[in-house]
Design a protein around this ligand. Structure first.
Ligand code: NDP
Length: 340
């Protein structure tokens, strides 16, 4: 197969390193973009430590906020996995603050891919581009035809950025001959490849450090990063995946359930993990003064039913359980000394 070259944007990210690892294992040449050469060196060291053939890894500098480097990055590539996007721990107050990097950056990547004659772009969107801003919609099942409503002022900056970036990607590729497939993962957990934990593992770290004794009654879809990586490769290689969105979720768990699972797997955490659920009215009151609480109000008590069947059927993904993903995150956080 695979003397083909694949560009991965944002190769320094938590998920991107897993994608790079399996693509190198498969025999592809991988070109990854970073914002600083120091990060590029770290990625090379990490992937080599996990047995990857890094002689087939190229690193190139490009920032989503600038045109520089993207034409060079896409040149000679058969596929692009567009994964770079701002994913901050704290949500900016300005709901549109992340749009320039997310949307304009996506348009830069797609423009460069089109000009370079790339065959297919696989874009990492998110489940937050699917289900947010629908108020108290009676039907809690969300599928690939659903889109978040960014006109709803309660939808935060991250979800706005992911939704408008994904919409821009579909518009920019329509009728161009450049194929697009989109992956919409739920909350991604699972093993870290190095001590650069990324945003999603930090929630588990906070629980393990005893920082969240009380949690709101919110639930998330969870998916293991190894399955997310596999889905990106399958979306790249499966001809019929072009033109489709694929939700990835292995099941929904509440914050208190995640804590209970951590404690069951490691009894030393029993006194540190969340033990109490905050009454909804407290979160609603806090939402009058706190932007973070306003985001939580959207999620209170309403477990979403996320339809991942197209990923099972068309990408042949057999999901690891949420518990496996949670346990692997916890083990990695210990292994890399991020939680003692
Ligand atoms: P990380 O924060 O680990 O990775 C984000 C990547 O994007 C980093 O490589 C970062 O580079 C890069 N990036 C951010 N801003 C820019 C910019 N202006 N120019 C170039 N690169 C930039 O996040 P994840 O690995 O968790 O997420 C990867 C993708 O998956 C994102 O698109 C995210 O929205 C999406 N996703 C993640 C989920 C999760 O739970 N983790 C769930 C659903 C979707 P640098 O290292 O320089 O900061």
């Amino acid at each position: 197969m695979a003397s083909d070259t694949v560009l991965i944007t944002g190769i320094s990210g938590f998920i991107a390193k897993h994608v790079a690892l399996i693509l190198l294992e498969r025999g592809y040449t991988v070109r990854g973009t970073v914002r600083s050469s120091a990060k590029g060196e770290e990625v090379r060291v990490t992937l080599a430590r996990h047995g990857a053939a890094v002689d087939r890894l190229e690193i190139i500098e490009a920032d989503l906020l600038s045109d520089a480097g993207w034409a060079e990055a896409a040149a000679g590539c058969r596929f692009v996995v567009h994964m770079a996007s701002p994913f901050p721990m704290a949500q900016p107050r300005d709901r549109f603050a992340l749009v320039p990097a997310a949307r304009e950056g996506t348009l830069r990547v797609i423009g460069a891919a089109r000009d370079a004659g790339v065959e297919r772009v696989v874009m990492t969107s998110s489940i937050v581009a699917v289900y947010q801003g629908h108020g108290s919609r009676a039907d809690a099942r969300y599928g690939d035809a659903d889109w978040s409503n960014t006109n709803d002022p309660s939808v935060g900056a991250y979800a706005v950025s992911k939704t408008v970036a994904e919409r821009a990607a579909w518009e920019a590729t329509r009728g161009t001959g450049l194929e697009l497939a989109v992956i919409n993962p739920a909350f991604v957990l699972g093993p870290l490849l190095d001590a650069d934990a990324g945003t999603s593992a930090m929630l588990i770290a906070m629980m393990m450090r005893g920082r969240t004794p009380v949690v709101p009654d919110v639930s998330f879809g969870i998916v293991d990063v190894r399955d997310v990586a596999q889905a990106h490769m399958a979306a790249m290689e499966t001809p019929a995946a072009a033109g489709h969105r694929f939700i990835l979720s292995a099941g929904t768990r509440s914050l208190i359930e995640i804590g209970r699972h951590l404690a069951a797997a490691d009894p030393t955490l029993r006194r540190r993990v969340p033990r109490f659920v905050l009454p909804d009215y407290v979160v609603r009151m806090a939402s009058k003064v706190s932007a973070q609480a306003r985001l939580l109000v959207l999620e209170l008590g309403r477990a979403k039913d996320l339809d991942a069947d197209p990923a099972r059927t068309n990408l042949a993904i057999v999901f690891r359980t949420p518990e496996e993903a949670i346990a692997a995150t916890a083990a990695s956080l210990r292994e890399y000394g991020l939680v003692r």
